[in-house]
Design a protein around this ligand. Structure first.
Ligand SMILES: *Cc1c(COP(=O)(O)O)cnc(C)c1O
Length: 234
């Protein structure tokens, strides 16, 4: 199937999952994860109606940014080192991977210098996986409070979560539920909260059923990634 066909199939599946959770299809945003894919594939997705794309590496955004001429919003979804914030501050609309005050402070400084306020999500590591970044759920309320108090050029818009890989997405439903509960708790205190980013190719329907309103999908749109590729250098 082509990229365009894959996207229309995903949209149909998203709509069914949204209806199951009592929401409208247009209440859930599809972000196409374009890491390790070429600009021409990315542009096919944009022509098929994708409005938002995401990369997990700063270098890859730098490498591709000027090669995409169609209008689209860029997101950073991967781990961000403080020394690289300056390279993307003027390129992305949202950073999904904030998990420390130190990183938020650097984003605050760079956003201030660029004369903007940066939208961010706090990444939550609900499964306590050693291999993944993200804040422990119990530390998230304090982290949100510290960022809100000390980083005027950072606007916390919600939470992001990467579930552990499971053959059967039912196994990770409890994590989605836990992160949604934390989201609801914080949304009551932070009026800017609007986004719950969770769900990927193999689990996005479960994530939507549990309340996600942003899903990040790569493989189901573009096919398998070739991890031997180097894009933008390392
Ligand atoms: C790669 C990636 C995705 C997309 O994963 P697929 O399984 O290819 O849909 C989503 N979120 C993050 C943070 C990623 O790094």
């Amino acid at each position: 199937m082509s990229i365009t066909e894959n996207i229309s199939e995903i949209r149909a599946r998203m709509a069914r999952a949204a209806e199951k959770s009592g929401r409208r299809p247009e209440d859930v945003l599809l972000i196409a994860v374009t890491k390790l894919h070429d600009p021409d594939e990315m542009e096919e997705a944009i022509r098929a109606g994708v409005t938002d794309i995401a990369e997990n590496k700063v270098q890859e955004i730098q490498h591709k940014f000027d090669q995409i001429s169609l209008p689209v919003r860029w997101h950073l979804i991967g781990h961000l080192q403080t020394n690289k914030v300056k390279y993307i501050i003027d390129k992305v609309v949202m950073i999904h991977s904030v998990d420390s005050l130190k990183l938020a402070q650097e984003i605050d400084k760079r956003a201030g210098a660029a004369g903007k306020v940066m939208d961010v999500l706090i990444q939550v590591n609900a499964a306590h996986e050693e291999s993944k970044f993200g804040a422990d759920p119990k530390d998230v309320p304090q982290l949100a409070a510290d960022i809100a108090a000390g980083c005027p050029n950072v606007r916390i818009r919600g939470l992001m979560h990467i579930a552990p890989y499971a053959e059967d997405p039912e196994e990770v439903r409890p994590y989605f539920r836990e992160v949604k509960a934390l989201y609801d708790e914080l949304a009551g205190q932070y009026p800017d909260f609007a986004y719950l980013s969770m769900g990927m190719s193999h689990d996005f329907e479960t994530a939507i059923e549990e309340g996600a309103n942003i899903i990040r999908v790569g493989t189901s749109i573009f096919g398998e990634r070739d991890y031997t590729r180097k894009m933008g250098g390392e």
